[in-house]
Structure formats: structure tokens, C-alpha cells
Design a protein around this ligand. Sequence first.
Ligand code: KG4
Ligand code: ZN
Length: 331
Amino acid sequence: MIVLGIETSCDDTSAGVWGGNSLLSNVISTQWVHRNFGGVVPELASRSHIRLIVPVIEQALYEAGCGKKDIQGIAVTYGPGLAGSLLVGLSTAKGLSLALNVPFVGINHLEGHIWANVLSHPSLEPPFVALIASGGHTQLVLVQAWGKYRILGRTRDDAAGEAFDKVGKLLQVGFPGGPAIEKLAQSGNPKAVRFPRAFLEEGSLDFSFSGIKTAVLNHVQAIGFENALEQLSNIAAAFQEAVIDVLVQKTVLAGKKTNVRRICLAGGVTVNRALQARMQQTGADHGMDVFFPTPALCTDNGGMIARAGVFYLEQGRFSDPTLAPNPSLNF
Ligand code: KG4
Ligand code: ZN
């Protein structure tokens, strides 16, 4: 089945084509315009999606060696995300579906991130625990079967990626903060400063990342910004270490509590090499196998949406043309 996947939930305009038994193409156009503002500007994001969506889809079809007429189904993110951004992808999918007379299915963006693991590890099967850590979400999900999800814990305030972005902003390392902080951290000493780890109540699988952001701000104010600039890599390393400690320990705890020995990483933050390495090491110490997608599949992409769509479309599970964007969709 040849399926076109469309993703426009935030600031990446992306389309991927699934066909035969593999991902044939995955085109991602990141909107650099937001860098000038230190965060995603929703109005600019939706306008950029409008400009980019058709060329991105055409490029994805070209790279896949397909024409529009070859498309047998369309998968599109309909939430969670920015309403105006989601609307562009969803309207495009509906228009194509109507014009080509093929079904479309709305996909939960977070479920798409989980499916990205299957693109990199085709034999991966549930049950497993998924840690979803992105710019807007941080949660632990038990994948009991494909399409059957149970939330085990979630952040009570900021998402992990949001913490990276906010700390990146206060350290003035650019937007998004995650990649810049990871790069700085490589030459820093994670033990140089001790930032708090919010483990919450004993046994809790919820997260809280707003405190660490404040702790970094307080530290920078205490030593002065000039000194902080000299200590940038140490601060980045110490911050990253604190976030990783919490993410890894809670994910392993989720595996233990559910008696599931397989862990998958999903979402933009999980592209972080230090997080992947620590999760693998700690997982191995507890007899757990750890999976994560290749880097281009960790962050937002249409390929993961196409793969999730194949699961539903093959069962004849389609969406209705009245489907509306759902900015706060969850499992
Ligand atoms: O999944 P994603 O591409 O978009 C959302 O659905 O939010 O995730 C984006 C988030 C941003 O907060 C970004 O700072 C973070 O992922 N991120 C990283 C890294 N690369 C991206 N966080 C930590 N380390 C990285 N290398
Ligand atoms: Zn995402």
C-alpha cells in the first residue's frame, strides 16, 4: 500500500511516502524563521506551512519515485499541536483525498512518534513502555498493543523539550535550545553544578521540569551572566544531566512497575545522544532492551505519520471529512 504521510503540527513542514514494505522518502522542511523570535510564532508557522506544504509533498513523491496517482491512502497529523499549523496539513490531506478519491486517516502526533521506532526497528512489537519527550509533551505510555495505549505518567508543568528551550533562551544559545545545549554539554563537566531533580512522590511516574529551569536562572543570576558565559558548557552539562537522570530513572521504573522489559524513546528530545546512551546503559543494568529511532525520525517528520497511517488504513479505518484539528489531543 502506498501511503502519503503529512505532518504540520508545529514548525516542521514534512511529508513522507510509505510503499512496499518501507519508507520511500521523508522530506522535512524546518522553518528557521522562528529563530529570530526565540520560539515558535504560531501565525508565522501556519503561513510557512501554507507556502511549503505543496512543494514538500511534491518533493516526497519525487524522491519516492511516485506520482499523485499512485497514492492509495493519506495519513495526516490532526493533533496535538498548534491549531493553525494542524489546519494546513489536515486541509491539504482532505483536499488530496477528495481529488484522488482515496481515504485519509487522522493520526495522533504522539502515536506517530512511537511508530517512528518501527521504521528503525521493523520487528519491534508491543508490549513496551514508550517515553515521549518533545517540545510540548513528556509522558510515559504503556503500549499494550498497537492502537492500545495507557498513560502511566505525564509532566505536571513544563515538557522536557520546553525546559531545554527555556534554559537555552536564558543562556542565549539560540532556538531550539536542545541541540545547542547538547553540543555545549559535550565539553562540559556535569558535576560542576548540582541542579535539583524533581522525582515527586515515592513511586510517581509523573514529571516536573519547571523547577530546574528556575534553578538554572537562579544560578546564572547568583554568579552573574558574564561568569555564566565562561561556565556555559558546565551549566549546560549539569542541566542536561539532571533532566536525563529523571527521564531515565522514571522510564526504568515504569518498565519495572508494568513488568515490561522493552523501552522505546519517542519525540524530539530523545534524539539527544547522552539520553540515548544513559537509557541504554541503565536499561541493560535492569535487563531491559532499549530502542530509539534514527535521528531524522526522532524529531517531527511525515514518515512516522505515514507508518502509523498504514496500520489504520490497512484495517479500513478511515477518518470522516468532518475531522477537525484537535490541538490538545492525547491518548
Ligand atoms: O518532537 P519535536 O521535534 O517537536 C514537538 O513535537 O515538540 O521536539 C522538539 C523538541 C524541542 O523542544 C527541542 O529543543 C528538543 O525537541 N530537542 C532536543 C534535542 N534536539 C531537539 N532536546 C535535547 N537534545 C537534543 N539534541
Ligand atoms: Zn513531535
